[in-house]
Design a binder for this molecule. Structure first.
Ligand code: 6PG
Length: 240
């Protein structure tokens, strides 16, 4: 396990969501008071949904918040399986974020075009580093839509098209790890026993995509990391 990974174990998935929401609220207030805006990369999948719902009732400087997406499934706008749709339903439709600040990954005929379009949007409108990058991790150790065995470009590209994702749908767009690593803070949310195997592999140094993310706080529940497992060197939740 790389020393730049800070793993924190929390009792339940609910505790992970509560901690993550608190962290995001603090990062948002701080970024807006220091720099005037909060650039936040949202995670897809199911794990972040509860945290998004908790944030609905937070009186944050939403009008100064910009939302980006770490990855998206190549599906038309409004499709129920899009990560953007989940984030809108759980949070964005309920808070006063200007629509122009929701920088969704566009739909296109193919993933290559959509990735190119998003890279252009990022280059034109985004201020790096991101104030906060939020991610999940799949059972195979993927994060965003960076899957094991898939080659990432060596050059400093911002996005990549994915055409054969093992998690449906096969066509997706993802930020590269090069871009995801340009953050002031990063949270990776991992809950549920189906994630234990990938976590153990990462702890033993396996080069899975999620392990390419540096300086992240990993919020892990007890189902994902049962009590009997070695957890020396983990960070305390108090440091979060
Ligand atoms: C997606 C994601 C993906 C997700 C992980 C974890 O499009 O599905 O962005 O990277 O975060 O697969 O998903 P769960 O939270 O559903 O386990």
């Amino acid at each position: 396990m790389s020393p730049s990974m800070r793993w924190v174990r929390l009792p339940t998935a609910e505790a992970v969501a509560v901690r993550a929401a608190r962290f995001i609220a603090t990062a948002c207030r701080r970024a807006v008071s220091r720099r005037g805006t909060f650039h936040w990369v949202l995670a897809g999948g199911t794990t972040p949904e509860r945290c998004y719902r908790l944030l609905r009732d937070c009186p944050l400087p939403w009008h100064k918040t910009h939302c980006w997406f770490g990855d998206e499934r190549l599906l038309p706008g409004g499709h129920p399986e899009r990560n953007e749709t989940m984030a809108r339903r759980a949070l964005l439709d309920h808070v006063p974020i200007p629509d122009a600040h929701i920088h969704a990954i566009p739909y296109a005929d193919d993933a290559g075009q959509a990735a190119m379009h998003y890279a252009r949007m990022l280059a034109e409108r985004c201020t790096l580093p991101f104030d906060l990058v939020m991610l999940g991790m799949g059972e195979d150790g993927h994060t965003a839509s960076l899957f094991p065995g898939q080659l990432e470009p060596v050059a400093a590209r911002l996005t990549i098209p994915v055409t054969k994702a093992p998690k449906p749908p096969a066509q997706r767009v993802s930020m590269t790890s090069h871009l995801l690593n340009q953050h002031r803070h990063c949270l990776i949310l991992v809950t549920g026993e189906q994630k234990t195997h990938a976590l153990r592999r990462i702890q033993h140094g396996a080069p899975l995509p999620a392990a390419r993310i540096t300086r992240a706080w990993w919020l892990i529940d007890r189902e994902a990391w049962p009590s009997g497992y070695k957890s020396d060197g983990w960070a305390s939740a108090r440091r979060l």
